[in-house]
Each structure stands twice: as C-alpha cells, then as structure tokens.
Design a protein around this ligand. Structure first.
Ligand SMILES: CC(C)(COP(=O)(O)OP(=O)(O)OC[C@H]1O[C@@H](n2cnc3c(N)ncnc32)[C@H](O)[C@@H]1OP(=O)(O)O)[C@@H](O)C(=O)NCCC(=O)NCCS
Length: 176
C-alpha cells in the first residue's frame, strides 16, 4: 500500500529496522493502538456472616455491588481519565452458593471497547477450591456532565497521532 513496486516493498520488509518501523506505522495509522487483551483486575474477599441471606449463602445484592465496583475499577484502570457510569449488566449468573467463611476472588477485565463504552467481564471464584461461583458482564459508558464522551487513551498508551502526523508517516514510508 505504501510502496511503488513489490521489489521495494520486499527490500523494506526484510530489514530489522523496517519491521520496527512498520509496527510504529501501523499503530500510528490506526485509530486505536493494536492490543490483544486488557489487564485483569481482582480483589479478595472474606465472606462474613453479615453478607448472608436467610438461606445462609451470600445475599445476591452484595455480590452485585461487588461486581459493579469491580466493573468500575477495571474500566477506570484501563481507561484512566474516563468517568464511567454503569449502563447495563448482562445476564447475572449466581453459579454456586457462597458460604460464610469462604474466601472469594472477584475479577474484572475489559474484553472490548467501543467509542464511548467498554464491556467488562466480571466473575468470581472460590479462592480455595478455584470453583467459579458468579459470572456477568457490564457495559460502562464514559459520561461527563450528563454527556457521553469518547473513551480516553488506554493506560500506558499515548493518544493516536493527529491526521497531520499520520500523513508524515505515510510520506516517510513512501520515500526511496
Ligand atoms: C449512560 C447513558 C448516558 C447512555 O446514554 P444513551 O443515550 O442511552 O447511550 P447509547 O444508547 O448511545 O449507548 C451508549 C454506549 O453504550 C453502548 N450500549 C448501549 N446499550 C448497549 C447494549 N444493550 N449492549 C451493548 N452496548 C450498549 C452503546 O453502544 C454506546 O457505546 P459506544 O459509543 O461505545 O458505541 C444514559 O443511559 C445514562 O445516563 N444512564 C444512567 C447511568 C447511571 O445512572 N448508572 C448507574 C449509576 S453508575
């Protein structure tokens, strides 16, 4: 796409510097930096008697609060500078009862992103048996003063370069 002849393209592709430059160029020319997966976040909780329902297992409302907190934390740590609200939760699956004395991990991970929103998988497992006990996902939207806003850059990433800078990269790659 950037080369006038296949020979020039192949010569370029065969050098080590060229490979590094190609990666930089692809990142610069795409709207978002290339990324395979987002960081997973988790917290560990001891289940105390005050979290139980009449049946002696965890009251679902507590679990949903922990899930909402985790969705917010995972989204915010992935997109620092965003101001997230919860738009919706997907199917909430209380897979197994959680008992007093159990130690659970509540985990959250952004699994995809859109323009103003991201999707966060939230799940929980028994830290001693590794059994999964809870699963859902949340859509988190970046909102400020009641207005949806595009997501800011991901943690550790710089913003995509301006159109002017992208043209400069294209021109550089097209040079002899
Ligand atoms: C969040 C809010 C501003 C969204 O406004 P809206 O006009 O309904 O938004 P949209 O329908 O355009 O959706 C916004 C984003 O959510 C996504 N979304 C909405 N419904 C979705 C669904 N069912 N599945 C997946 N994504 C969905 C949209 O795709 C969009 O994301 P994108 O820009 O990345 O494509 C508004 O619904 C609101 O203020 N809700 C109250 C939030 C709140 O109080 N939460 C509880 C406390 S934190």
């Amino acid at each position: 796409m950037f080369f006038k002849s296949p020979r020039r393209r192949d010569a370029f592709a065969n050098t080590r510097d060229a490979r590094a430059t190609r990666i930089l160029a692809i990142t610069a020319l795409t709207q978002y930096p290339l990324r395979m997966s987002f960081e997973r976040h988790e917290k560990t909780l001891l289940i105390r008697p005050e979290f139980l329902n009449h049946a002696g297992s965890v009251f679902g409302g507590y679990m949903m609060k922990w899930a909402d907190d985790m969705a917010f934390n995972a989204a915010t740590l992935t997109f620092p500078g965003a101001s997230f609200v919860t738009k919706l939760f997907g199917q909430i699956d209380f897979i197994k009862p959680i008992q007093a004395g159990d130690i659970i991990k509540v985990c959250g991970q952004v699994i995809s992103r859109g323009n103003t929103s991201c999707k966060v998988q939230v799940w929980s497992f028994n830290a001693m048996t590794n059994e999964k006990v809870f699963d859902t996902f949340a859509i988190m939207v970046n909102v400020r003063n009641g207005q949806k806003l595009p997501l800011p850059p991901e943690a550790g990433q710089t913003p995509a370069p301006s159109l002017k800078d992208q043209s400069a990269v294209t021109a550089m790659l097209d040079r002899d």
